[in-house]
Write a new protein. Sequence first.
Length: 191
Amino acid sequence: MENLVCKIEALIFTSEAPMTVDEITMFFNKIEPAQVQESDVLSAISSIQEKFNNDSFSFGLFLSGGGFQFLTKSDYHLLIAEFQERKANKKLTAAALETLAIIAYKQPVAKSEIEQIRGVSSDYTIQKLMEKELVEIKGRSEDVGKPLLYGTSTYFMDYFGINNLDELPKLREFQETENQIGEKEGIEQKN
């Protein structure tokens, strides 16, 4: 088991993207003569997380974007962000956030529907979101002209620290309630 722990640690460490338990299990079953069970992988991941959980490490093994990845602990976020000058690069414009929200909640969605909701052209914003790999083409619609359909990428989940789209805030949480005190009075005047 110790050998498997080290191998999984090395595999996750070298991976550019978060690795799921299924991916790790399938990988080891391709290269190992003995079959590695999902429970063995989960146990090894638990051991790795426990190992890096103490304060002598500035990073740990975290579930992010639907898989496991070594990430710097939140205590060091500001230090790392300053070092990499990532603060400016991480900011999304209001238009980008608005477009991204529409795509996240309505996906797969055509550009025309996004533009109908926003009331402005979204070509540039969608292109920038695709360049940042937050949005990807999910296919084509069966509507006239077969427009492209857009959806969020796996990087979107990693970027926002969620594991699946069910973790997005529910739309009802954003609905404004009427600002009303007491009873409504009639508009008509009494004679």
